[in-house]
Ligand binder design. Structure first.
Ligand code: DAH
Length: 341
């Protein structure tokens, strides 16, 4: 091995490159992860213990010499005088920084990964939707307050059009889109942006993001729902997280529930974040109302299902303690940068 190292040492000391591309090719050949020197480093593991010291010293010398030679060649290019014509004065003067993922994208990905491991696949639907998919097919009564102008952005309220066009107020509309075109078994996850006519403040925005899950098959029971919820809470917020289900009401589920998790900031002892209750609400869920199955072309005598929906901003707040919802859409790099991979 020492002979091989010495031969390489001779080779690198005489390296030559005519331009930056050639130099880069040399760097890759010798110093990259799969380069000659890394290969030798791998072989080093098999060197007998009593020879490790000597071989190691040679290897380090080779690595240093290669790096030095490459730096030398690089410096020789950089010192070459360029004419003014070669200089791009419009280029940014500082190294351009790598971007980071938006916190909401990170959390969305985490939610999708967890449910992905439970066999859910992603389904998407339009943000500009019709009344049928957002409300009627989801069992909202004709006079349900959610249809009210206060909540919903209407795009086309022309009565001559057979259905009103709205900005979807929840991702539950994608449930309907999936069910009308697919027969069970259905196991989908629907992430996306939703809109509501709210005054913008630190705690409310006119648009935000949700993830919806829908599972429809034979014999799906509330136990299946609870098991999925518990697994999700533990994966997302840690092994010790506890869940609690409170009875609730949604037009599209029966029975319906809201899920709280033990406050992950104070560990359930009580703090200002959980209003000293030890619990924070994170999602709505329930068994898909048989009416919803029927309205979307699925036989409710054969099939049952569960559904759940959560706000991504809410989950992100819990993970990263973002106090002002507006931060998510302001694109302030000071806010975006710390949450990088
Ligand atoms: N669509 C509800 C909302 O926007 C959230 C929700 C609750 C979705 C219960 C569900 C569910 O699928 O089962 O507030």
């Amino acid at each position: 091995m020492i002979n091989k190292i010495n031969a390489l040492l001779k080779e690198v000391e005489n390296l030559k490159a005519a331009n930056a591309e050639e130099l880069e090719a040399l760097r890759i050949k010798y110093l990259s992860k799969k380069g000659e020197i890394s290969l030798l480093m791998n072989d080093f593991r098999n060197v007998a213990a009593d020879q490790k010291r000597e071989v190691g010293q040679h290897l380090n010398k080779l690595k240093e010499a290669t790096q030095n030679r490459i730096n030398e060649l690089k410096a020789s290019f950089e010192n070459v005088q360029t004419t003014n014509d070669d200089i791009d004065l419009t280029r940014t003067s500082y190294p351009i920084e790598l971007g980071t993922r938006h916190p909401l994208s990170l959390v969305k990905k985490e939610i999708c990964d967890i449910f992905g491991r439970l066999g859910f696949s992603i389904a998407e639907g339009p943000e500009i939707e019709d009344d049928w998919h957002v409300f009627s097919s989801m069992n909202f009564a004709e006079d349900h307050p959610a249809r009210d102008m206060q909540d919903t952005f209407f795009i086309d309220n022309n009565t001559e059009v057979s259905h009103n066009v709205v900005l979807r107020t929840h991702t539950s509309s994608v449930q309907s889109r999936v069910m009308e075109s697919t027969q069970p078994p259905i196991r989908v996850l629907c992430p996306g942006r939703v809109y509501r006519n709210e005054a913008i403040s630190y705690r409310a925005h006119a648009f935000f993001h949700q993830v919806e899950a829908l599972y429809v098959d034979r014999n799906v029971s509330f136990t299946d729902l609870k098991q999925a919820l518990l697994l999700f809470a533990r994966e997302m917020f840690g092994e010790d997280t506890k869940i609690r289900l409170r009875p609730s009401y949604f037009p599209f589920t029966e029975p319906s529930a809201e899920m709280d998790i033990s406050c992950n900031i104070c560990g359930g002892k009580g703090c200002p974040f959980c209003k000293h209750t030890g619990w924070v609400e994170i999602l709505g869920c329930g068994m898909v109302d048989p009416n919803v199955l029927e309205l979307n072309g699925i036989d409710s005598k054969i099939y049952s299902g569960y559904a759940l929906g959560m706000g991504i901003e809410r989950i992100t707040n819990l993970k990263y303690q973002v106090k002002d919802l507006r931060m998510f859409s302001e694109n302030d790099v000071r806010f975006l940068r710390p949450v990088s991979y």
